[in-house]
Design a protein. Structure first.
Lengths: 424, 424
């Protein structure tokens, strides 16, 4: 969208660029920038080589906002601030107030470790050295977050550990220079439409027919775990066009719409159960606990979720869930009959109103004639009757398990919302 | 390490640069490049703007290997191939054999959707157009992976969906031009040392004292979920120095060494149980299924893992695991006593040899005087007696749950390896 201030995120860390650890800061900052109405134009991950970091900063500093993460530590390998000074043509100078602040923290660390403060002094001086004109945003440990304004553009350096970065980030956002940049972004509205069921290409085709992007309207379609997530970002002047696109989508897919906000699917399920005063239980074979883990990731899940059984071995299905042995013998552990018996068993033993069960073959082993890898049976047992699905899921073990868990959550959502107006 | 061929990964996708979906291809390719002995120098994520993608490709093409992911689809928004041609100064030309191949796939899709093939013809022609001199590596759907060699440097374009990328990647690696680049890398050895317990700074200090990097030796330390993971990469000529560093680390931390390979922690636990002929069960409160999910992520977990109970509500702890009500009343649900009773209960009801239990306060709610968020009790019950831990874990709900699960796996590992030579 033309006119939005552009932001570039520069992430440094050799273990990140080598794929040994996954970068969490780039996606976090990109989402934050997007939320503030800026355009996250690029995320660059570089290693510890000074020339690579310098080149990435040089490039990033051309944007309205450049955010560098990592490389703020006390040792000579931590070069972000030094290179930020060099690339902006400024010299480094010790900030005396900042030095006192870092010294206080370091003295406490020295005391705790029973080391002389002298061991820390050089590091403190290094971490208190900022490019002339830059300001500290506050400390994370001994590392300051740093903001530098130059001709309406700003550069920000934040620590690499995600928890520290997230603590200092609001201080950067609150800084007047940052607020000025955000103020240059024309405010945008955001509509979320989440569909379960249609293919990504069907939604893309409907969007193509509904009208075009640009001139203050941006539409993105993203398929994830069997859900099609549509974001409409629009300026006030494009409201009517955005509404037209939304209407066209709903005309075709209204029955598939299941959410107009960004809550995780499991949170939608917990909220539906909570507001209906319904308790939940789970019985999992191939997902091995993923479903319970997803539900309990929601803070306050205990309002509705009682618990579950991971019934991996057949003896657990019979012993803990009361699945009759002959049902397993006749139909096999991966069958609609066993899924139904697991769900009914979970309802009974947990005294839950609604229970979801999933049994399947995640692979790579375990397939048999007529029962390929990816075959999954899901069953939701509820007072008004159950719902069952037989799924043939593509992908490897991890993908089959993740999709089986997501589809079970969708089936739970559907059963829980049946009493309401929704029929996705 | 000087002399290693450098690789740059260019990831395109607007939902990736905005943080709406996490990029999986960059970390995957970086790890693969590292494994092949190349240096992953940079991972760049850009959105759909042609000028941003062009600039990133321009930069990437200066490296020995440039890998672009995404933007290979049939529509005009998919510009990777077009920009690759432009940035290498080549024109696009239809590859007739490739066009026939894509046409065959598209005709099948058209038949299935009952659409005329004519709807697809333009897209087929677009996807069969390659920069002059480039070759197809094979199709993912209708999109070809593409390799272009120029003066000893290679550029590769792969589809964005991770599963498709991973399917075509080995075909790129096997291409003679890629093998030539890999052959220019001096072969490196790789040693992995994984420690449980010491702080990252203690390991870093020991490494500093043990000798220096460079000249064919590269050492990285990475802390993740309570584990310190040390990688030693070294050329043949640096073998003695690498061995010296390893010896120095082991002198200080041998008792903390728990693995010399990259198996996931849960796979180590399953392997230990399998080789000891021991069966496992779990009883989870605050982790809500994460522990079971981690164990069952291991292919073949059913050799050792029987199942578990997610005992979220207190009635499940008493009803399913036989935790005495008065133990909960006297000590609270988050207590060492309840953790022990949960573990013993799981051993009993699952008839398992060893059972692990975890109960804690993941937050943000649920804290009470003396029981803060992050308090977690873990207990492993085993024939030779149990092991228990009281943990005070930092972080938010997600972090507390992940760490509690990881620590429980470490305690399981410790109990299972007690009979062996290991004492980490």
């Amino acid at each position: 969208m033309p006119g939005r201030p552009r932001a570039i995120v520069v992430v440094s860390g050799s273990e990140l660029v080598r794929g040994q650890r996954r970068d969490l800061n780039g996606p976090y900052l990109a989402g934050e920038l997007q939320r503030l109405g800026l355009e996250p134009a690029k995320v660059v991950i570089v290693g510890d080589r000074p020339e690579d970091l310098a080149a990435a900063l040089h490039d990033g500093l051309a944007a309205d906002v450049c955010i560098a993460t990592g490389g703020l530590g006390p040792t000579h390998d931590d070069r972000t601030i030094e290179l930020l000074a060099r690339e902006t043509g400024r010299r480094l100078a010790v900030d005396p107030a900042l030095e006192l602040e870092i010294e206080a923290v370091s003295r406490r660390i020295a005391d705790r470790l029973r080391l002389p403060y002298a061991d820390f002094a050089a590091g403190v001086r290094k971490q208190a050295s900022l490019p002339v004109g830059a300001v500290s945003l506050g400390l994370a440990g001994t590392a300051p977050g740093v903001l530098l304004e130059r001709e309406g553009r700003i550069a920000i350096a934040l620590p690499g550990p995600p928890a520290e970065l997230r603590r200092l980030w609001p201080l950067a956002v609150a800084h007047p220079a940052f607020r000025d940049v955000v103020g240059r972004a024309r405010p945008r509205h955001h509509r979320v439409l989440r569909f379960f069921g249609p293919s990504e290409s069907a939604v893309a085709r409907a969007l193509d027919e509904a009208g075009s992007e640009g001139n203050g309207l941006e539409v993105t379609v993203c398929a994830r775990e069997l859900e099609i997530h549509v974001d409409l970002f629009f300026e006030e002047g494009a409201r009517a066009r955005a509404a037209g696109i939304e209407a066209a989508l709903l005309e075709e897919f209204a029955a598939r719409l299941f959410s107009e906000d960004e809550r995780p699917l499991a949170a939608i399920v917990i909220d539906l159960a909570r507001s209906a005063g319904v308790t939940l239980a789970t019985a999992e074979s191939c997902t091995g606990g993923l479903l319970g883990a997803a539900l309990t990731e929601v803070a306050g899940a205990s309002d509705a979720y009682l618990g579950g059984v991971v019934a991996y071995a057949n003896e657990v299905k019979t012993g803990q869930l009361g699945v009759p042995e002959d049902v397993i013998r006749r139909h096999g552990a991966v069958s609609g009959e066993v899924a139904a018996a697991m769900a009914e068993g979970a309802r009974r033993v947990f005294r839950a109103d609604v229970a979801a069960a999933v049994t399947g073959i995640a692979g790579p082993g375990g397939a048999s004639p007529g029962k390929p890898v990816g075959l999954v049976h899901v069953h939701v047992a509820a007072p008004g009757g159950g719902e069952a699905r037989r799924l043939d899921l593509p992908g490897d073990r991890e993908a089959v398990r993740a999709r089986a868990s997501a589809l079970t959550l969708h089936l739970l959502r559907r059963v829980l919302s049946r009493s309401g107006a929704e029929a996705a």
